[in-house]
Design a protein around this ligand. Structure first.
Ligand code: NAG
Ligand code: NAG
Ligand code: NAG
Ligand code: NAG
Length: 299
């Protein structure tokens, strides 16, 4: 029991230090091997609290007399978060603690409940972009840092059983996966892997691309050419008829024939005809079926 007057004396001796509460709600946010210690702010009217963070790894606990190591970047900071990524350098259990300073007053250490081991970091699937460059299947992966590798699975659509795998250890901007068959769809998914903790993320969403020169391209080409053919097939008989009309009146002596007509028959027959043989001349102008004209014209 401490008598009330003695309690006041005790508080007076301890100074104002004892009145500053230790930071609370100390927790770890750890994603993709980036670790942050956070805590609730210590609020003192009109004054800014400054925080300092220390850690203790397995080594300090077992071989260095349970000493604590200050984190320089998080010494007397005003933020309520500390980037501890560089200090968590091994896959072992760490203890962490933080205290507040307001003016000349200093709080007790507030300690993280339990331990933090980076093996518990949450891993997210990589951001990726699948590209069809002609017949090349390429993938672009997010650069997540040197600790990260990627396991990339790819397959021809409809042949999931023949999935192929590629481990990407260094992220260059674009990785070549495969050469694709024309007009086929290929799909890709990837997961991150961190060797230091021997853990993988879940797989990214599957992305599919189509190699060029496929059915759709063939279809487009076919449609365009048949439309072109229709136009030619409709105009050629008209042109041929028109040409024959002109020939009826200006057949002789040296008619300038359209190329299409020159091919099938020697023009000499036409040139030979006399003006009195107009009827005959007319008969000599052979009106070719449009397909034949087109075939000759294409040749
Ligand atoms: C700790 O967090 C809880 C819930 O997140 C909140 O209600 C509480 O006020 C926090 N404590 C401090 C000291 O900020
Ligand atoms: C270990 O810590 C204790 C108390 O904190 C101290 O007395 C002792 O000298 C330390 N030993 C070493 C080897 O630092
Ligand atoms: C935390 O520190 C790591 C390692 O130094 C660094 O890569 C990362 O960008 C930092 N994150 C933030 C948000 O400052
Ligand atoms: C990684 O974990 C797997 C099981 O998830 C295990 O089979 C393998 O041996 C481990 N590798 C290393 C290097 O610890």
């Amino acid at each position: 029991y401490i008598h009330i007057p003695y309690l006041f004396i005790l508080l007076g001796i301890l100074g104002e230090d004892a009145l500053l509460p230790a930071p609370q709600n100390i927790s770890i946010l750890s994603t993709n091997m980036k670790h942050f210690l956070t805590w609730s702010p210590v609020t003192i009217w009109g004054e800014t609290a400054r925080y300092s963070v220390e850690f203790q790894g397995e080594y300090e606990r077992e071989y260095a007399n349970e000493s604590w190591i200050p984190i320089c970047e998080c010494s007397l900071i005003t933020a309520t978060v500390c980037n501890i990524t560089d200090d968590i350098s091994a896959t072992v259990a760490y203890k962490l603690r933080v205290r507040a300073d307001v003016g000349a007053r200093r709080s007790e250490w507030g300690t993280l409940k339990g331990f933090f081991n980076r093996i518990t970091t949450s891993l997210t699937p990589p951001l990726m972009k699948v590209i069809a460059d002609g017949y090349h299947l390429l993938v672009e992966l997010e650069d997540m840092g040197p600790a990260f590798q990627f396991c990339v699975l790819y397959w021809k659509k409809g042949q999931e059983s023949r999935m192929q795998q590629k481990v990407v250890k260094e992220v260059s901007s674009v990785v070549h996966l495969d050469t694709m068959e024309a007009g086929s769809d290929y799909c890709v998914k990837a997961q991150t892997y961190v060797e230091a903790i021997n853990r993988s993320s879940s797989f990214s969403q599957t992305q599919c691309v189509r190699a060029e020169g496929g059915t759709s391209m063939w279809l487009v080409t076919a449609l365009i050419s048949s439309a072109g053919f229709a136009v030619v097939a409709l105009t050629l008989p008209f042109l041929t008829w028109k040409t024959s009309q002109i020939f009826q009146y200006s057949c002789c002596p040296v008619a300038v024939l359209p190329d299409t007509l020159k091919v099938s028959e020697p023009p000499t027959q036409l040139i030979l005809c006399g003006s009195e043989e107009a009827e005959q001349c007319d008969l000599m102008v052979r009106v070719m079926p449009s397909e034949e004209v087109l075939r000759l014209w294409i040749q």
